[in-house]
Ligand binder design. Structure first.
Ligand code: ZN
Length: 605
């Protein structure tokens, strides 16, 4: 073995979900060597303390055991040693997400940040990794999917892989399974789709559609693509959704029913549209966050929270483009796109927390608020993904309007790519605004600068809504608001029924063995005024037994302003309240086209 730092990982006991890892350190630091696991994984802004899954850890010099001392929850100090040392440890891996590690007799998946200890002070050294099969024969047929560079391993084979640094090592997730594999080429770059889990996906269709998305995005930022191979690592499950971006791959979890089936033919179902949107989102991160990065992430400090006010740009702008790219590549039509936008605006209007938390605060506090949501979150916080995407839309429309379509958000992204990412510069906390304002000044003129500055201030630092309807109107789209028709009404369309007499409680109800449990309750709503609380289980409306399914039907007998008596449990204590029902608020948005010509300038530039 020639690398100074070498790992060996084995799916040691799939039934107990245990990986066995050996770390060989050729030259431990003379002042004492420490090893540690990251506390968080880039792209998911929450302290996860991955080291809690290390079951045991021991160190050796030859046959001699080396003393090991705990320093903190993630760090171990090796007793003074001269010459090579080996650290052996076991990692428990049973996390059903794209953020950590998972192992059973059906597959093995891991992010390096969950299984590879960093050798403190030597993180910049190149390293090698042996990915070895289970010694008892489980997974003999498995193949290895990763964009880690092969050393002596063959493509998809067990064996030796390599990375130039710890930062690179942990940015290539690894999936080992008997997976489905398909490949396509986008702008000359080989792309692969790997799917683990039971599924019946139409792989040629999936590849053809992904190719359109990838080529559009590569061309948007300019060829060549900033990687020479890309893999979509997908885990199809019964119910799941999520993705995490990496420098030349992405890890995805999706519902198997969202994957396209051969029977679907050319149609894009809502589920498949959601999956393509997820792929488009993670792919856009190849530029926006993996390479155009906040200066605060250069380098990542994985030992503690890394605060930035810019997540609205890295997640929000990415969320704006993910669906827009589906439209611009012909995978969805204008009607569907406007429906999606209407649903997004509806979700924002139903988040009263937006009136209390600004977008920059939402970014900054992601660690303890967005990633640690509770029953009060709708009242207290706003999503930097959701509001960020709507601010990105507003900014795009504003730039197009002021510059008569000679300037757009695309122009801002290109400058960020060329002037920051390609020059290895991080984006400072005011960087996105500075780049935009400089572009506005040079391409439109000084008079427009103030308008854009005012937009940024309102959209990012204040909590009142900005005038999106006006900006959409300038691009040929008319905004409509109506009341929701039912709890399942997501908005985006005109609606079919008269909702003027619909009475509501103002909360989100879910089924509970006893009745209807209030999951969230909006402040100022009828339920809140009557003294109900999230967590309460409503069991009767005016003396009639109810549950989450029946509740809407029970309320439909009453009008806004009517009083009803509700019986509910708080914990195990029964109580009753008198509720004055309110009318359904105008929180449901949809759009219509006013001017096709203007709309085309925006949607199909
Ligand atoms: Zn994202």
């Amino acid at each position: 073995m020639n690398a100074q730092i070498h790992y060996r990982i084995i799916p040691h006991d799939p039934h107990a979900h245990l990986y066995r890892v050996s770390l060989h350190i050729q030259n431990p630091l003379s002042q004492g060597q420490r090893v540690r696991l990251p506390a968080w994984i880039p792209g998911s802004y929450m302290i996860r303390d991955f080291a809690r899954n290390i079951v045991w850890l021991r160190a050796w010099q030859g046959n001699q055991e080396v003393a090991v001392k705990r320093i903190d929850k993630s760090t171990w100090a090796l007793g003074s040693v001269v010459g090579p040392v080996v650290v052996d440890y076991e990692v428990y891996a049973w996390d059903l997400s794209v953020r950590a590690a998972h192992l059973d007799q059906h597959h093995a998946y891991f992010n390096g940040s969950s299984v590879f200890l960093a050798v403190q002070g030597q993180e910049h050294h190149p390293c090698t990794v042996d990915i070895d099969p289970h010694s008892g024969g489980i997974g003999k047929q498995w193949r290895v999917a990763t964009t880690l560079r092969e050393d002596t391993a063959a493509r998809y084979g067990y064996g030796r892989y390599k990375a130039d640094s710890y930062d690179e090592l942990i940015d290539h997730p690894v999936e080992i399974a008997d997976f489905t594999l398909a490949s396509f080429d986008a702008c000359g770059v080989p792309h692969e789709v790997v799917i683990t889990g039971k599924h019946t996906a139409d792989m040629p269709r999936l590849c053809a559609d992904l190719k359109k998305i990838c080529e559009y995005q590569i061309r948007m930022f300019g060829e060549p693509a900033p990687y020479d191979r890309y893999v979509f690592i997908t885990w199809a499950v019964g119910d799941g959704y999520g993705g995490l971006e990496h420098r030349s791959s992405t890890s995805l979890i999706c519902c198997r029913d969202d994957l396209p089936s051969i029977k679907q033919r050319d149609r894009v179902s809502e589920g498949y549209r959601t999956f393509l949107g997820l792929c488009s989102h993670e792919y856009f991160h190849n530029w926006n966050v993996k390479r155009i990065k906040p200066a605060k992430f250069l380098p990542y400090d994985l030992t503690q929270e890394s605060y930035t006010e810019l997540l609205w740009a890295f997640e929000g702008i990415t969320s704006y483009y993910d669906d827009l790219v589906l439209l611009r590549t012909g995978l969805i039509d204008v009607k569907t796109y406007l429906e999606i936008l209407g649903q997004n605006v509806t979700r924002l209007l139903r988040s009263p927390g937006r009136l209390h938390q600004s977008l920059v605060d939402s970014s900054f506090d992601a660690w303890t608020k967005f990633y640690k949501q509770d029953e009060n979150s709708p009242n207290a916080i706003v999503s930097y993904y959701l509001k960020g995407s709507i601010v990105a839309l507003g900014l795009d429309l504003l730039l197009r309007d002021l510059g008569q379509h000679r300037l757009s958000l695309d122009s801002v992204m290109l400058v960020l790519w060329r002037e920051y990412a390609q020059k290895g510069r991080g984006v400072g906390e005011s960087g996105i605004e500075d780049v935009t304002l400089a572009l506005v000044e040079s391409r439109i003129g000084e008079a427009a600068v103030q308008t854009v500055q005012a937009f940024f201030h309102r959209a990012l630092r204040e909590t009142e809504d900005f005038d999106l309807a006006h900006l959409l109107h300038r691009c040929g789209v008319k905004t409509h608001l109506r009341a929701s028709e039912s709890p399942s009404d997501k908005g985006g369309t005109e609606g079919k029924s008269d909702t003027s007499m619909r009475a509501v409680l103002g909360g989100n109800l879910v089924n509970d063995p006893q009745g209807a449990r209030i999951q969230t309750l909006l402040n100022g709503s009828a339920g809140h005024k009557a003294g109900l609380s999230a967590g309460d289980v409503i069991i009767a409306v005016n003396g009639i037994r109810t549950d989450a399914n029946l509740f809407e039907k029970h309320l439909s007998r009453y009008c806004p302003g009517d009083h009803v008596s509700l019986h509910a449990f708080r914990r195990d204590e029964l109580f009753s309240v008198e509720v004055e029902l309110s009318s359904a608020p105008l929180d449901t948005c949809y759009f219509s086209i006013e001017d096709e010509e203007k709309l085309k300038y925006w949607l199909f530039p």
